[in-house]
Design a protein around this ligand. Structure first.
Ligand code: PLP
Length: 405
């Protein structure tokens, strides 16, 4: 049996095929490329029982991942993150069957590690020596560290006000790091120019085909961890929307493999954005096929500050196909939920993850989430990566003072 059932790449706009054996970036019409597998062959060769005893990382699904030779896998032990019941915050929100998939427990502290592990591994397999990318922080940190492990040179450009810890993670990996006094879109233009001059692999979000495959594994894990019975609703903090596209792709692949029933509806996916940067929400409300650039975007949830996503049409397609929803929440709301989740469940989620609780509250109040439905919160990173979003006011004692009671 082959290690991977990778077949080819294709353009979701024109359906034209591309050779997966060569380095590819965007399609001829400027669309992200998607990865296809030989699911017919895989269907005969692979059963859920084959997963028993495999390593607890995302590589347990290697048949459905694009790395052909296991020697090219670059891993820091990513994936198979905990799926936790959260009954106390659930009761508070009126969602009785509420679960937390916690991506804070992953190398580099954010789920960008999934995309980086698979993206960097495949880049290594294709002979890439140097990559470049713009980032709001977490992706740059993850890709630099995985690139270091792979022996690939990384060049990263991030906004000056990206979270300091991600700057440090990127710098310590030995990457060439530049700060820009501007937005991720400005960083993107600088990277595009450097790539055009030659010699660099463009690892920008969705400009290489394999990051989606890494993030897809969240969908595979959810399916396996729930015993191949999918939840009704999954909330996802949406910036570039890579994970949302990936999770939906995972479920469709599992359905084709017959691992989940063909007649059951797929989970309704919810794209959650910050009200200071909500291009997907605006497009979804208008039932549009693509989004418009969101000017002067701003939010404390840095990972979802993406004014225009290259894969917006794929995100919207996944929302329409799954009969999902798109909703924006205020920074003040998400910060209040972040504290509540820590108090009630002991989980210090990142601001992006906290936004999902604010969204779940609204969707339950509005009746879109129905009583008894199983709902998953996908916390995309560790709260400890954003020390400055928590305001604390602590009494200072002098030695010998008594504790107030
Ligand atoms: C990047 C990021 C997101 C958004 O992910 P996309 O798949 O690009 O939408 C959400 N949360 C955190 C913590 C991130 O770093």
């Amino acid at each position: 049996m082959p290690h991977s059932y990778l077949s080819h790449l294709y353009c979701p706009k024109t359906h034209e095929h591309y050779d997966a054996g060569q380095i590819q970036q965007l399609s001829a019409v400027g669309s992200p490329l998607l990865v296809a597998y030989d699911l017919d062959a895989l269907k005969g060769d692979w059963r859920p029982a084959d997963l028993v005893g495999r390593e607890a990382s995302l590589w347990r699904y290697h048949e459905l991942l694009p790395v052909l030779d296991p020697n090219n896998v670059v891993s820091l032990g990513e994936g198979f993150t905990p799926l936790l019941r959260t009954p106390r915050i659930g009761r508070e929100l009126g969602v009785d069957d509420l679960w937390l998939k916690d991506e804070g427990i992953i190398p580099t502290g954010s789920f960008k590690a999934r995309g980086a592990a698979v993206g960097v591994s495949r880049a290594k397999e294709l002979g890439v020596r140097a990559l470049a990318m713009p980032t709001n922080g977490n992706a740059g940190a993850a890709w630099s560290l995985y690139a270091a492990r792979a022996g690939i040179e990384a060049t990263v450009v991030m906004p000056e006000d990206a979270p300091l810890i991600t700057r440090n993670e990127t710098a310590i990996s030995g990457a060439h790091l530049y700060l820009v006094n501007g937005l991720i879109s400005d960083a993107g233009k600088q990277v595009a120019q450097a790539v055009a001059e030659g010699g660099l692999y463009d690892a920008s979000t969705l400009k290489e085909p394999y990051r989606i495959e890494g993030k897809k594994t969240m969908g595979l894990e959810l399916a396996e961890q729930f015993g191949w019975r999918l939840p009704e609703v999954i909330l996802y903090p949406t910036g570039g929307g890579v994970g949302l596209i990936g999770i939906h792709k995972a479920f469709k692949e599992l359905r084709e493999l017959g691992w989940i029933p063909a007649d059951q509806p797929l989970p309704r996916l919810v794209a959650v954005q910050a009200s200071g940067c909500a291009p997907i929400v605006r497009a979804w409300e208008a039932r549009a096929a693509a989004s418009e650039f969101w000017a002067d975007s701003q939010t404390v949830a840095f990972g979802i500050n993406v004014p225009k996503a290259l894969g917006d049409f794929l995100v919207l397609e996944a929302l329409y196909e799954s009969e999902g929803y798109a909703i924006a929440v205020d920074d003040a709301e998400l910060l209040a939920e972040q504290r509540k989740v820590a108090e009630l469940e002991g989980a210090f989620v990142c601001p992006e993850g906290a936004a999902l609780y604010a969204a779940a509250r609204k969707l339950r109040e509005g009746g879109w989430i129905r009583p008894g439905e199983r709902v998953v919160i996908l916390n995309t990173g560790a709260g400890i990566k954003y020390p400055d979003t928590v305001e604390v006011d602590v009494p200072l004692l002098q030695p010998g003072d008594r504790l107030p009671r």
